[in-house]
Design a protein around this ligand. Structure first.
Ligand SMILES: NC(=O)c1ccc[n+]([C@@H]2O[C@H](COP(=O)([O-])OP(=O)(O)OC[C@H]3O[C@@H](n4cnc5c(N)ncnc54)[C@H](O)[C@@H]3O)[C@@H](O)[C@H]2O)c1
Length: 279
């Protein structure tokens, strides 16, 4: 059911790789809610993934851009304003990648060139997107920019590796840029800290199935899935949340406020019974 929450609004959505991507669900729902959108991803992800299928469905143009490249971003915002016929009202940054995770370097054995890449792709790119948008005055007053984060920014999660550092930086950029963009242009900037979600990026984290199971047991409402994340994004793009800015908003079924739950405790106790001799 559509509420027309984004009727007449225009937006740019980064990061739809395939139909599992959180950005894919956000794109579909944004259009359902009345928005016109432009989709973007890196040229290689456009070739490897299925974004063209989404573009057809959403009647959207795909404009390639590497979010670490300021020139690409300037072109993206300029072309998007041409295609959409004016400034945009919302932007989704749904981008993350760590070569250290991909290549199996543990956190106490980081490759620092890879770390630079992790931070550039997963965090600095958010600054670059904001800086390019502001410079080109590409976002309307009361526009909304959202990036996706994870609870490892606050608390150590086994094997989340240097992505934890990237997410901490991403959330900090939302505050620092949110202050300036809010003060000067009334544009709001937030991050959503999403539950572990089955996607291509998510599944790259070692032990991901156990992480999903653990947070499901710990969260009174259970994990939030990609579709539910899209619902939340739409509220942040809508006019109903005009005074929400510089926040990291947990969308995790209550996980971030839990210490131990009955369901997690029961599972933990089971492992004691079957594993008396384990270390
Ligand atoms: N899946 C999870 O468990 C989970 C949980 C919390 C937060 N997140 C965050 O959600 C966001 C989206 O990830 P997802 O889970 O939908 O996975 P995904 O793999 O579908 O999306 C990641 C996207 O980042 C894009 N990307 C990588 N490098 C890029 C670059 N240089 N320029 C532009 N785009 C680039 C990829 O092409 C891909 O489309 C990420 O920020 C991720 O960290 C995911």
């Amino acid at each position: 059911m559509s509420y027309n929450l984004l009727k007449g609004k225009k937006g740019i959505i980064f990061g739809a790789l395939n139909e599992m991507s959180i950005a894919w669900k956000v794109a579909e729902l944004a259009v359902e809610e009345g928005a016109e959108i432009v989709l973007t991803n890196t040229p290689v992800s456009i070739r490897m993934g299925t974004i063209d299928e989404l573009a057809k469905k959403c009647n959207a143009e795909v404009i390639p851009a590497d979010a670490t490249n300021p020139k690409d971003l300037d072109e993206l915002f300029t072309k998007s304003m041409e295609v959409l016929g004016g400034r945009v009202d919302f932007v989704l940054h749904s981008i993350g990648m760590s070569p250290n995770v991909r290549k199996g370097h543990s956190y106490d054995d980081l490759n620092y060139e890879y770390l630079k890449k992790t931070l550039d792709v997963s965090a600095t790119s958010f600054h670059k997107v904001l800086q390019s948008a502001k410079k080109l005055d590409a976002i309307n007053e009361w526009g909304s920019v959202v990036a996706l984060s994870y609870a490892a920014a606050q608390r150590t999660m086994y094997e989340y590796n240097d992505m934890a550092d990237a997410k901490a930086m991403l959330e900090s950029i939302a505050r620092s840029f949110g202050y300036i963009y809010g003060r000067e242009k009334r544009v709001r900037v937030n991050t959503i800290s999403q539950s572990p979600t089955v996607t291509t990026a998510g599944s790259g984290v070692k032990g991901f199935d156990s992480l999903i199971d653990f947070s499901e047991r710990m969260s009174p409402l259970g994990n939030a899935d990609a579709q539910e994340c899209a619902n939340f994004c739409i509220t942040l793009f809508s006019d109903l949340t005009k005074k929400v800015t510089m926040q990291n908003l947990f969308h995790d079924g209550g996980f971030s406020s839990m210490g131990m739950s009955y369901r997690a405790m029961s599972q933990y106790n089971k492992s004691f019974k079957t594993c008396d001799d384990c270390e």
